[in-house]
Each structure stands twice: as structure tokens, then as C-alpha cells.
Design a protein around this ligand. Structure first.
Ligand code: TUI
Length: 313
């Protein structure tokens, strides 16, 4: 399972773990990297110094490359961007915005830059700005999403840029990976499946809710505010959608969700918290170690491709 992405990042398999706020901390990132993928520390809304500690802990736990995801709405994004350079992080992914203003600094420091994008226009802009690859993230993903599906987005992005395209959104097994390759991707990024990993610090209630989820349990809140967020349906999402339908303003809706991801991930409040997960949650059936997950993904994908596997030609 070798593509340009393995080479670019110095990893065994072109499988990247999503940079999920609260969930993607150093334990998960190190476990994914030790299993041959690329683990990512999700900075989410965390302060820069907290991110620095996470990076240091991950370095102690793995010799393999790992990355940091910068959620660009974080008020400390500028400081986090510098911490990444200071600490010698090899790979950065970005989400929920345009990372153009950090690109020069990261490139000069030799950091591989992989923006997460949800449109062809953004992918082209990132390539022009010097990105090493892009993650094309479809609206099947959990959390903050764009408007296009993975099936439609990935081939259009693959045609529009010459840097490697990493597919994300709705992928949780070897069939998804094989499909992504067929669409022109050279790697995949997966979040939801890794939330249920043994090494994931997500509360047991969160993991159980995810494992119990059916195909139709996914919902998008915030369509009206310009911040659409995909979650698993619960009391919080119902309340949110009700208020949204009644024409509630941005501020009131923001108040409702303030700290709600933390509440679900850390405290296990899967009733009043935001249980962010992708549409593929229904496919996630059990808790496994990152190594078990990655070994299974690789054998499933290789089974599907046989000797026609990318990189084996
Ligand atoms: O970033 C994500 N997913 C996220 S971030 C997040 S943290 C959060 N928590 C609570 C409320 C709000 C956010 C949870 N999930 N995915 C990557 C992604 N980036 N998807 C879409 C985009 C994106 C959107 C707009 C990328 C670029 C962009 O550009 C806008 C611009 O500046 O032109």
C-alpha cells in the first residue's frame, strides 16, 4: 500500500488519523503512528502551551512521524503555528479556514503542510500557496463540514491539482479506502473509526453511542449559521434544530453549544453534549487498538485490489 503520500510523510501506510478536537490527543496520535499510519494531535480550541505539551508527550511515545492539526478558528492559532515550528513537528494539517498566512513560515521550517479543504477552489489556492498535499473532506465527515460529498469532491479535486489528494469523509474500512483510491485519492484520513479505538480517550459513553449508531442517526446542526456541524442525534441536536427552525440567532445557538463537545467527549454526557461523528458511524462495531484497526484496513484493502494495489505495479 504505497503511494506518494507514504513517501511525502515517511509513513508505512497512507492512512491519516483525523485531527479531532478533544479526542485526538497524544496517546491516540502516537498509537496511530506506531501502527504505521500518521497520528495527528488535534489542537482544537486548546491553548498553545497545552499543544506544546501534547507534542512533547507524543515525541516520547513514538519515533515515527506524527502531525498537528490547527483548527483555524482557535484564537491562539498564531501561537500554535509557531509552536509547531519550535517543536520540529514534521506535518501540519489545518481545518475550518484558510492557512495561507502560516504557509511561508511552515515551508521555511520544512514542515509538510496539508490543508483540509471542502472545495476545488480552496484546493487550487492551497496548491498555489505551496501546500504539499490536500485532504479533500466530504460532508459525510463528523464535526465542521463543507457542502459536497466525498464521492463528488475527491475526483474533482484530484483533476484540479497535481499534489496528492487524501480523501476524508465516510471512510471507515477497506472498501472505503479502495473506493477513495478509485476516485483519485492517494491516501485517506479517518476520524470516526479512531474515536472508538482503545487508545482514544473519548469517554466510554461516547464510544458506546458511536458503536450503537445506525446509518440514519446522523444530523447536521448550524446550516443556518454558516457553521454546519455533523453530530449523532440526541437531545442537544434536537433542541438546536428546533431553535434553528424557530429562527434563533447565532449567539443563542452558540451559547447552547458552548463547551458541548468537551461535555460529551470528556464527561460522557451524550444526551446534552455534542457527539460529533461521521455518517459512517454505523459501520463502527467495536473498540479495537489502533494497530488492530490499521492492520484490518490494510488487509481489507489489499484483498480488494489483489496485485493491482497502488504502488505494486
Ligand atoms: O475542521 C474540520 N472539522 C471540525 S473543526 C471542529 S472544532 C469545532 N468545534 C465546535 C464548533 C465548531 C468547530 C470540528 N470539526 N474539518 C476540516 C474542514 N475544513 N472542513 C471544512 C473546512 C473548511 C471550511 C472553510 C476549510 C476551508 C474553508 O475555507 C473558508 C475560507 O476561509 O475561505
Amino acid at each position: 500500500m504505497k503511494t506518494r503520500v507514504n513517501e511525502l510523510l515517511g509513513i508505512k501506510y497512507p492512512i491519516i488519523q483525523g485531527g479531532m478536537a478533544w479526542v485526538a490527543e497524544h496517546n491516540l496520535a502516537a498509537a496511530v503512528s506506531n501502527a504505521g499510519g500518521l497520528g495527528i494531535i488535534g489542537a482544537g480550541g486548546a491553548p498553545a502551551e497545552f499543544v506544546r505539551e501534547q507534542i512533547r508527550k507524543a515525541k516520547e511515545a513514538t519515533e515515527q512521524p506524527f502531525g498537528v492539526n490547527v483548527m483555524l478558528m482557535n484564537p491562539e492559532a498564531d501561537e500554535i503555528a509557531k509552536v509547531i515550528v519550535d517543536e520540529g513537528v514534521r506535518v501540519v494539517t489545518t481545518g475550518a479556514g484558510n492557512p495561507a498566512k502560516y504557509m511561508e513560515m511552515w515551508k521555511a521550517a520544512g514542515v509538510k503542510v496539508i490543508p483540509v479543504i471542502a472545495s476545488v477552489a480552496m484546493a487550487k489556492m492551497m496548491e498555489r500557496g505551496g501546500a504539499d498535499a490536500v485532504v479533500a473532506e466530504g460532508m459525510e465527515s463528523g464535526g465542521h463540514i463543507g457542502a459536497t460529498t466525498t464521492m463528488a469532491l475527491v475526483p474533482q479535486v484530484a483533476d484540479a491539482v497535481s499534489i496528492p489528494v487524501i480523501a476524508a469523509g465516510g471512510i471507515a474500512d477497506g472498501r472505503g479506502i479502495a473506493a477513495a483510491f478509485m476516485l483519485g485519492a492517494q491516501g485517506v484520513q479517518m476520524g470516526t473509526r479512531f474515536v472508538a479505538a482503545k487508545e482514544s480517550i473519548a469517554h466510554d459513553n461516547y464510544k458506546e453511542r458511536l458503536i450503537k449508531a445506525r446509518d440514519i442517526d446522523s444530523e447536521v446542526t448550524g446550516m443556518s449559521t454558516g457553521h454546519p456541524i455533523r453530530v449523532l442525534r440526541n437531545q442537544m441536536s434536537r433542541q438546536y434544530l428546533k431553535l434553528e427552525k424557530e429562527g434563533a440567532g447565532f449567539e443563542e445557538l452558540e451559547r447552547l453549544t458552548l463547551g458541548s463537545l468537551r461535555k460529551a467527549v470528556m464527561e460522557g454526557d451524550v444526551v446534552n453534549g455534542s457527539v460529533m461523528a461521521g455518517q459512517i458511524a454505523g459501520l463502527v462495531k467495536k473498540e479495537q487498538t489502533c494497530k488492530e484497526i490499521i492492520d484490518e484496513l490494510v488487509s481489507e484493502t489489499e484483498e480488494l485490489f489483489g496485485r493491482g494495489m497502488p504502488g505494486n505495479s
